[in-house]
Every structure is written in C-alpha cells, then in structure tokens.
Design a protein around this ligand. Structure first.
Ligand code: FAD
Ligand code: S2G
Ligand code: ZN
Length: 469
C-alpha cells in the first residue's frame, strides 16, 4: 500500500497526500455525527489531470475512492465505510471559476468551488445562480451535482439537474470526459451529463461544470404568513402560483414546533408574530419589473388570502436585513434540531395535493404508536418536498429508527411519493432503495454501475449494495 501512496505523492505532491489521523478525521466524520468512517489517506488534487492520475492509480492498485466536496451531505455518501481500505478524494483544491458568460447566461466552475462563492461570482457578473441551500457556505458544486441538490428555489428554477448544461469528469478508468458544452439543445446520444448528476460519486468524479444563470430580479420581497393548517398552506400556494406565476421563487412551510426549537436554541431568532400559529409559510417573490410592482402584487396576494380566510397574520420584510432574518429562522431549523438532540429524519417528496392527507394520517399513526413523540415538519412545500423529522419520547436506537422510518416511508408510498426527495441515497438509504423501487429499476442501475465502474472502485456501497463481501 505504501507503493500506492508513494505513486500518489509523486502525482500530486506529498503535501497533498494526507495520512495523519488528525487531518483525516474531519473527512471521515458525518456532519450530523451519526457515523465515522476510516480512510487510508485524503488526497487533494489541484487539476483534472491530477484527478485522472489518482483514479488510474486507484484502478491499478484496486483502491476504492470516495469523492468528497464540502462533506455536508446528509446520506453518508461522502464518507468512507469502516473498512479503512479507501481513500477520500477531496476536490476542494479544484476551486477556480473558469469564466462567466452573461450573454449566454452561463458560467464554468470547477467542482471544488463553494456554492456561495459561485453565487457571488455570478452576481458580480450581473447574474444570479439560483441554487440556494442552507449549507451554501461550505457545500461545493461537485457535491451539489453529485447529489442533485434541491433547496428553496426548486419551485421556480428546478434542482441542480436543471441548472447544469455541461460536465467535465474523470471516469473509473481514469479517462477525462470534457462535456463542458454550454448549449441548451444538444441531442447527441445518451445524456451522459444527466446520468452523472445525482450519481453520488459512484459513476465518475465530476471535475467541472457549465452552470445556467438567470437575470437578477429587479425586486425581491419576503413575507411570512401565519396559517392554521397544512391544507391552508397548500391552498395559499395554489393562490400564489395562480397570481404570481414565475415570480414565486420560494415557498417554505414551517410548523410551530419547528419554530419553537429555533427560539429555544437561538434565542435571538424569533418569530415576528406575538402569538403562536400552527404553521407559517415563508414566501419569496422575485419581480423583474420594480419594487412598486412587487409591493402591489404582495398586497393583492395578502388581501386575496385574507378574503379566502387563509391568512391569520403576515409579516412583510421591509429591508434586506428583515428578509435575511426571516430566512435565518427557516435555515436554523436543522441546526436547532441538531442542538435539541436525536431525531429521525425523513426527506420526502409527495404530490402537493397529497401532502395534507399524508401529514394528517402519519401524525395520527405516530401519536397512537409512539405517544409523546414530537414531529418537526417543515421544508420546501412549493416543490412538494417535506422534511418530516420525528423525535420519539423514547431514546432513539436502530430498532426504533427502523420502525418509525418504515412507518413514514410506507405512508409516503401510499400517497405516491418518494422516500428521498433531495438528499440522495448515499449509504443511508440503500435498503429503502431496494424496498421501494421495482426490481427492474435496480437491475438497470446495477448494469449501468457494472458498465461504468466494473472494478467497483468509485464510492462502493453507496446507492447500491456492495456486491463484494
Ligand atoms: P459532499 O457531502 O462532500 O458529498 C456528497 C456526495 O457527493 C457524496 O456521495 C460524494 O461522494 C459525492 N461527491 C462530492 N463531490 C463530488 C465530485 N466532485 N464528483 C463526484 N461525486 C462527488 N441538500 C439539499 O438538497 N437541499 C437542502 O435544502 C439542503 N440543506 C442543507 C442544510 C444543511 C444545514 C446541511 C448541513 C446540508 C444540507 N443539504 C441540503 C445537504 C448537502 O448540503 C447537499 O447534499 C450538498 O449538495 C452536498 O455538497 P457537498 O459538497 O458537501 O458534498
Ligand atoms: C433543509 C436539511 C437539513 C435536515 O433544511 O432544507 O434539506 O436536517 C434540509 O433535514
Ligand atoms: Zn431541504
């Protein structure tokens, strides 16, 4: 094995082959602290050709590799297992913005670019890169592509899959594929770009991408609306979509208990309302015309919602700072949950019309089966993605986690939803994939994996069960 690491040092420089356990530690720990893996080393190449050299060495010495960006993933996809025979391939040194093209509304970035940095570079080029997720300060574009990240703007701009026109990647045998075409139409055979997006490091190592940009809206308005039920939230969403169309760029649901947790762990962050409401919806309007037009639209929306008896209260942000404070409330829910302690997370997607029925039925079943359990229900209602997290009164152990998740996911299946909306499968939901997807789908996925990574060195054990013992 020292031979392998020796060749790696020759390829990318000894300083970029990290084998001290203290330096490896953060790369093998999961953000939520649920699991720790083991790694031979962490390798940090600086260019696509260096990545290709490392992958060729891994193929030659049969060393599994786990591509890693910001390590903010929530499905244990970016950390190695406990065998200790894999290397972590960190793309963080590949962080150049290769160019912004405002007339083509595209930019080319390397995989290790931090999402926030990319958004800032787009803004200085007079454009918006619309992907927005709570981890934007540390997640990377390579990880966003590999997990097909979603976030709060999907209802208008789509997930990462919709925001990428081209990809550069290194295949399992160390070949470089330059697919960095900045074209909106390109019908030339199988869509390899879309095959790699969402493949979670199991089919290729993504090294760069062409991203889609949109014009910066003339006006952005944020409003928090207090509601009595999930059903009213769905009716409010329908009203907003009917009246605002493409200008509705955010619609997040938050339960009262979710906001209680934020207030408990982040006392400076408070709901703007002077009384509790069962649910709140955080809306964002992006208006290409003007502030006046946006304010008028918001006003007509609030009065229509009041006439329909949907609105219990509303707080309109009148400054960037107030808008930021409302978004901070929303984005601190996962952090407040982490501070509160163990919870069983579910990242589910449902047809929007089925969401009230699912929440009502599942809340009831959980309350009957696990009296005293607390449910943190929040998320991207605008695109049908709920974070439906359960905190049982009993201490969480693998058995209770499995039972509760099976109950939630069976409910999702009954309401024609998906057990993984945006966080992917990783190592965490491999069994769910086998349980909830038909055999033909699994067989097609296995054939693709076998064709593109016959040695199974790319992130083995993620998405699909590892065929090796
Ligand atoms: P990592 O965690 O490093 O890796 C994730 C996966 O991608 C792994 O399987 C890894 O092997 C693979 N990978 C990484 N880089 C590459 C590459 N260059 N080539 C091939 N494979 C690669 N996610 C959402 O979708 N929506 C949200 O709203 C959201 N909110 C979040 C909020 C918080 C507070 C946190 C901590 C996370 C949140 N996430 C969310 C999850 C996470 O941020 C995303 O999945 C993100 O896309 C991961 O990016 P990363 O660079 O950290 O990837
Ligand atoms: C979000 C992330 C976190 C979680 O906040 O939108 O995707 O803990 C989630 O579920
Ligand atoms: Zn989310």
């Amino acid at each position: 094995m020292s031979d392998f690491l020796g060749h790696c040092r020759d390829a990318i420089g000894a300083a970029n082959v990290v084998s001290a356990s203290a330096e490896i530690a953060p790369h093998v720990a999961d953000w939520r602290g649920r699991k720790n893996g083991k790694a031979l080393a962490v390798l940090k190449p600086a260019s696509t050709s260096e990545v290709a050299q490392i992958v060729r060495l891994c193929a030659r010495f049969e060393v599994p590799l786990v591509p890693q960006g910001g390590n903010t993933g929530l499905a244990l996809g970016g950390i190695p297992d406990e065998r200790g025979n894999a290397i972590v391939l960190s793309l963080t040194r590949m962080n150049r913005i290769r160019g912004v093209d405002p007339f083509n509304n595209t930019m080319v970035v390397e995989a290790g670019c931090i999402l926030e940095t990319v958004r800032a570079a787009a803004a200085s080029g007079g454009r918006l890169f619309p992907l927005s997720i709570g981890s934007r300060g540390s997640c990377t574009i390579g990880g966003n592509l590999a997990t097909n990240a979603g976030g709060t703007a999907v209802l208008q701009y789509g997930s990462m899959r919709n925001l990428c026109l081209g990809i550069e990647a290194v295949t399992a045998d160390g070949e470089i594929w330059d697919g960095l075409r900045a074209l909106r139409k390109d019908n030339t055979g199988y869509d390899l770009r879309d095959l790699l997006i969402g493949s979670e490091g199991t089919l290729a190592v993504i090294t760069a991408a062409v991203l889609k940009l949109v014009p910066i809206p003339a006006s952005k308005r944020t409003v928090l609306m207090a509601l009595r039920s999930v059903e009213d939230a769905v009716h409010l969403l329908e009203l907003c979509q009917r009246r605002c169309g493409a200008m509705l760029t955010g619609f997040e649901l938050m339960s009262s208990y979710a906001l209680d947790l934020v207030a408990r762990h982040f006392p400076a962050m408070r709901s703007p309302f002077n009384r509790k409401h069962p649910y709140c919806a955080l809306l964002e309007l992006s208006d290409p015309e003007s502030d006046q037009h946006a304010s008028a639209l918001l006003e007509s929306l609030a009065s229509a919602a009041t006439e329909l008896g949907l609105l219990l209260d509303a707080a309109v942000a009148s400054s960037e700072q107030q808008s930021g404070a409302l978004w901070a409330l929303r984005e601190h829910i996962p952090l407040a949950q982490a501070a509160e302690g163990g919870n069983i997370k579910h990242d589910i997607a449902l047809p929007i019309s089925h969401i009230p029925g699912f929440v009502q039925a599942t809340n009831q079943t959980l309350e009957e089966t696990y009296p005293g359990c607390r449910i943190v229900c929040y998320g991207h209602l605008g695109d049908g993605n709920l974070h439906y997290n359960v905190m049982p009164a009993e201490p969480i152990n693998p058995a209770i986690e499995e039972t509760i998740s099976r109950l939630v996911h069976d409910g999702v299946a009954r309401f024609n939803g998906s057990f993984s909306a945006e966080h992917g499968i990783g190592a965490m939901k491999v069994e769910e994939l086998c349980a909830y997807r038909p055999a033909v789908e699994l067989s097609m996925m296995r054939k693709i994996k076998q064709a593109l990574d016959p040695q199974n060195i790319l992130n083995p054990g993620k998405i699909l069960t590892d065929p090796r013992p």
